[in-house]
Each structure stands twice: as structure tokens, then as C-alpha cells.
Design a binder for this molecule. Structure first.
Ligand code: FES
Length: 120
């Protein structure tokens, strides 16, 4: 769960705030994704963009996150791009930075709306 740096509030009241944090070789991240990471550590929303299951699977050899519900696959190196399964929207990134004390911190809001795309 993210923690508000100023208030120290853990943002755990909504599962839509839950993140999955992974670390990969920085060279495996595209430029846009690298800019939102710290030394290969990157945080994504863990809410699947298909039907909002928790994205809990990790395939390290391909640096992919996997949703166990219907098998959507998301590329870590390409900023959460969908690589397979029924999801149509990439996983939002929670941009990271390092503060003056060397602590990993949230640098900005999620890069897109968390969860499934709105139904039309
Ligand atoms: S909810 Fe994740 S693939 Fe369907």
C-alpha cells in the first residue's frame, strides 16, 4: 500500500490504491518507463484493467505481470502494456522517486485511471 509521506497515512481504504512493486534490470525498461522508476524499481497498480482482479502473478524471465483471473499479461519494461489476455488497457504506473533521505517515495499520481476502462 502507498503511504502518504506528509501525513503518514497508509492508503489502504480502497483496494484501487494497491500497488505491485517489482525490480528489473534498468536496461530492460523503455525510456518512458525508466523515467518513472528508481534503479529498476517500478510500481504498478495491482488492479487488473480487465475486470479489476488483483494482478498477483510475476513471470520474471519475461518481466511480465500476470492476472490470475483471465490470464492478462502486462509488460513491465513497456510501462504495463498489455501483451496477452482480454485486458485492453495497460496497467497504470505509480511513478517513483528517491527523497533526500534515500527513501523510495511516490513522485506523482497514477499515470492513468486505475482499474477497467469505463463501459460504453
Ligand atoms: S480480471 Fe484480469 S484478466 Fe480478467
Amino acid at each position: 500500500w502507498p503511504v502518504d509521506a506528509e501525513t503518514k497515512t497508509t492508503r489502504s481504504k480502497s483496494r484501487f490504491n494497491k500497488v505491485v512493486v517489482v525490480r528489473v534490470e534498468p536496461g530492460k525498461l523503455d525510456e518512458a518507463t525508466l523515467a518513472k522508476s528508481v534503479e529498476g524499481v517500478i510500481a504498478f497498480s495491482s488492479v487488473c484493467t480487465h475486470q479489476a482482479c488483483a494482478v498477483t502473478g510475476w513471470i520474471p524471465e519475461d518481466a511480465m505481470l500476470a492476472c490470475p483471473c483471465h490470464g492478462s499479461l502486462f509488460s513491465v519494461g513497456e510501462g504495463g502494456k498489455v501483451l496477452g489476455g482480454p485486458a485492453r488497457k495497460r496497467l497504470p504506473i505509480l511513478p517513483l522517486a528517491v527523497d533526500a533521505d534515500g527513501m523510495l517515495t511516490v513522485a506523482d499520481a497514477f499515470t492513468a485511471k486505475v482499474g477497467p476502462a469505463a463501459q460504453t
